[in-house]
Design a binder for this molecule. Structure first.
Ligand SMILES: [Zn+2]
Length: 282
C-alpha cells in the first residue's frame, strides 16, 4: 500500500513541471494544491509506515514455566567458599553436602565458613563422616557414618534434612540408615532430570557430574532442554571450584558466569531452590 503511493507520487512529480508551462494560472494553482496534498500524504506515510522490526525471541528471552534448578556442592571443599558472593549477588541459594569429619581440616571449609553460607540462606546437608562408600560398611559402622555426621552438623546449629550418597553408591540398607538417622531426602548422582514428585525421595536423580571440561553452554543447555521438554527439576552436582586442581572441578569463572545466567533467568520465570526447599524442608 505504502509502496503504491510512493510510486504514483514520483511519476506525478516528474510529469507536472513539464505541463505547467502550457496551462493557465488557475490550473497551476489546482496542480499546486494537488501536489501539496500528495506531499502531505507522502510525509504522513513516510513518518508512520516503516515500523521498526519486531523484537525477535532469542535464547536469552526463553520463558521458563516449569523448571527448577538446584545447585549442589559435594564434600565441603575449601574452594567451595569462593562461590559464596556470586550466589548472593545473583539471588541464588545452594545446597552444600558436608563431610563433617573433614570440616576444619586442611582443604575443607571451616565450621565458620559453613555458618556464613548457612546464614546467607544456603542449605547444609550431610555426606557422611568420612566420605565412605556406603556399600562397604554395614550395621553399626554404616549408621555411625550417616548419623554421627548429621549430629555434628546439627551441633553446629544447622537444620539438616538433606543427604547425598558419597560417589552415589547406595542400596536398601544404606537408604534405610539415611531414613533412620532422620534425613528427609537423599541425592544420587545420575538419572536426572528429576520430577517434581520424585519417585524416590531417597534416590533423587541428578544431572551428570559437572567436570573440568563441562562448558558454560552445556550447562545452560541442561536447563533450557528440560524446559523445552515440558519442565522438571534440574539438580546440578559440583565438587571442586578451581582451575584444573581436580577432574571434578569447575573453573571459578565458569561458575560465576553460570550463576549470573541463572540470576538473569529468574526474571524469565526460572526457579532456583535448595534441595531442602524442594523437598519441604528448610
Ligand atoms: Zn562426595
Amino acid at each position: 500500500m505504502t509502496g503504491f503511493i510512493h510510486k504514483s507520487t514520483i511519476s506525478n512529480l516528474l510529469t507536472i513541471p513539464v505541463g505547467v508551462a502550457y496551462i493557465k494560472k488557475l490550473d497551476t494553482m489546482k496542480y499546486t494544491l494537488k501536489l501539496l496534498t500528495l506531499l502531505l500524504i507522502i510525509l504522513a506515510g513516510c513518518t508512520s509506515a516503516p515500523a521498526l522490526p519486531a523484537p525477535t525471541a532469542t535464547k536469552q528471552n526463553i520463558l521458563f514455566k516449569n523448571t527448577v534448578v538446584s545447585l549442589t556442592f559435594d564434600d565441603g571443599d575449601a574452594d567451595n567458599y569462593l562461590v559464596r558472593s556470586s550466589l548472593t549477588e545473583n539471588n541464588l541459594r545452594a545446597t552444600f553436602y558436608i563431610v563433617s569429619g573433614f570440616t576444619n581440616s586442611n582443604g575443607y571449609m571451616s565450621d565458620e565458613q559453613l555458618r556464613d553460607l548457612y546464614n546467607d540462606g544456603n542449605e547444609i546437608g550431610g555426606h557422611t563422616l568420612s566420605h565412605t562408600k556406603l556399600l562397604e560398611v554395614r550395621g553399626a559402622e554404616l549408621k555411625r557414618e550417616i548419623c554421627q555426621d548429621r549430629s555434628n552438623l546439627l551441633a553446629y546449629g544447622f537444620e539438616v534434612n538433606s543427604f547425598a550418597y558419597p560417589f552415589g553408591y547406595y542400596d536398601d540398607e544404606a537408604k534405610q540408615a539415611v531414613v533412620d538417622c532422620g534425613y528427609g531426602n537423599a541425592r544420587a548422582v545420575s538419572g536426572g532430570p528429576e520430577t517434581f514428585q520424585p519417585a524416590d525421595a531417597y534416590g533423587l536423580r541428578a544431572m551428570p557430574y559437572i567436570v573440568s571440561d563441562t562448558r558454560f553452554p552445556k550447562m545452560t543447555r541442561y536447563v533450557t532442554e528440560v524446559e523445552n521438554d515440558g519442565g522438571g527439576w534440574v539438580i546440578f552436582v559440583f565438587h571442586h571450584v578451581c582451575d584444573g586442581c581436580d577432574q571434578y572441578a569447575i573453573k571459578p569463572e565458569t561458575f560465576f558466569k553460570f550463576a549470573e545466567w541463572l540470576g538473569e533467568q529468574q526474571s524469565n520465570g526460572l526457579v532456583v531452590k535448595t534441595v531442602g526447599q524442594m523437598m519441604g524442608g528448610k
